[in-house]
Design a protein around this ligand. Structure first.
Ligand code: 5GP
Length: 153
């Protein structure tokens, strides 16, 4: 009995893990204890790049490119699906407008960048608060990196 429970738990963990990090669902209740909620509440530190009434942007703790900024709405939205369905027009506009400003602040408007969001388990989302990765400072080529790997269905 205990053994079966252990094997089931391990299988579920492996199923919902990506590159050693546990992925989360993009739908469902907002988790007030997620790490970005704590950054928003200033309970844990972050290097903040931009802030206004609706948006916060800060450096990713594990950057994968010379520029790696996380851009989040201040509202409690779990993923792009939640934001797309439930955010106000003002919040949506504020987020998109902030993206352009933040790329400008980071000096990558001319050179270019990728703006990526991961939603749910197959998206590889690990933090259940909507965030966009602003990646730049060198070529990103995320598609090429992914195409090298086999597609799984
Ligand atoms: P996701 O995998 O959900 O698309 O991206 C989550 C991102 O959040 C990762 O790139 C990860 O490095 C970053 N991250 C996780 N915890 C923290 C933290 O405490 N502070 C900061 N600044 N970034 C974090």
């Amino acid at each position: 009995m205990f053994k079966s429970f252990f094997v089931l738990s391990l299988s579920l963990f492996m199923c919902f893990s990506y590159a050693g990090t546990t992925t989360v669902s993009g739908i469902g209740e907002y988790d007030n204890n997620n790490v970005f909620a704590k950054i928003l509440a200033k309970k844990i530190p972050a290097t903040i790049i931009f802030e206004n009434k609706h948006v916060l942007a800060f450096e990713d703790i594990h950057p994968i490119k010379p520029v790696h900024i996380l851009i989040i709405p201040k509202g409690k939205y779990r993923s792009l699906i939640d934001f797309s369905n439930n955010a106000t027009e003002i919040e949506i506009t504020a987020l998109i407008r902030a993206m352009g400003k933040i790329a400008d602040i980071m000096g990558i408007t001319q050179s270019g960048f990728s703006m990526i969001t991961n939603s749910g388990h197959h998206g590889g989302q690990t933090v259940p608060h909507l965030h966009f990765h602003l990646l730049g400072g060198e070529p990103v080529h995320w598609e090429t990196a992914l195409r090298d790997k086999k597609t799984t269905k």
